[in-house]
Ligand binder design. Structure first.
Ligand code: AMP
Ligand code: MG
Length: 195
């Protein structure tokens, strides 16, 4: 199996749901796949430094703050990776919509630390994404329009292309339509198992 892969998707594509499904199916098949959520690691690191941070407030901080926390999180993830014999999925974002503009989730410095073998982009239609964001009551989702969702989807692909160029690792798009998370998870699992 691959050792470390990146799974991204803009909020509302269902990337966390699909990653959980991948873990479950892999376990049934006797394969170890673990997921680590990049945002969660950032929140935990900030907390250790005495800063209480909501996951949906990270993107509202300065770019400098986010960059520093991002590098630390990448290093922490590599420490966690040592305890995973199978495959580690890093659940993260290609791009973060900040007040200063689109900010790379995986800039070169982060890629050098993580060294991912593939970039998997989870996508859904703008209608599905907006409905899912609206339903997600635990989250402080930004209120945006369909047009903006389309822009976020496009930017994710642009940043994925940049990741592919920097690392030489491929980019695979996996669709996650409503009720099809198991199918999406199975498609991802196939990508993790090397021939
Ligand atoms: P999520 O729960 O996956 O939506 O992630 C929560 C938040 O964590 C995101 O909105 C970002 O602010 C932050 N985050 C996740 N991955 C990264 C990353 N690779 N670089 C910077 N910030 C990130
Ligand atoms: Mg999520």
């Amino acid at each position: 199996m691959k050792k470390l892969v990146v799974v991204t998707g803009i909020p509302g594509t269902g990337k966390t749901t699909v990653c959980n499904e991948v873990e479950k199916i892999a376990e049934k098949r006797g394969k170890e796949v673990k997921t680590v959520n990049f945002g969660t690691v950032m929140v935990e690191l900030a907390k250790k430094r005495g800063k209480e941070l909501h996951r949906d407030d990270i993107r509202k901080h300065s770019i400098d703050f986010q960059q520093k926390l991002q590098i630390e999180a990448a290093k922490k993830i590599m420490e966690k990776a040592k305890n995973v014999k199978g495959c580690l999925i890093v659940d993260t974002h290609m791009v973060i919509r900040t007040q200063e503009g689109y900010f790379a989730g995986l800039p070169h410095r982060v890629l050098q630390i993580l060294n991912p073998e593939i970039f998997i982009l989870i996508e859904a239609t703008p209608e599905e994404i907006l409905t899912r964001r609206f339903k997600d009551a635990d989250r402080k989702r930004d209120k945006i329009l369909e047009e903006e969702v389309l822009e976020e989807l496009s930017f994710s692909r642009f940043f994925a292309a940049s990741c592919a160029s920097l690392t030489g690792a491929p980019v695979k798009i996996v669709k996650n339509p409503d009720g099809k998370q198991v199918e999406a998870a199975k498609e991802i699992l196939k990508l993790l198992v090397e021939e």
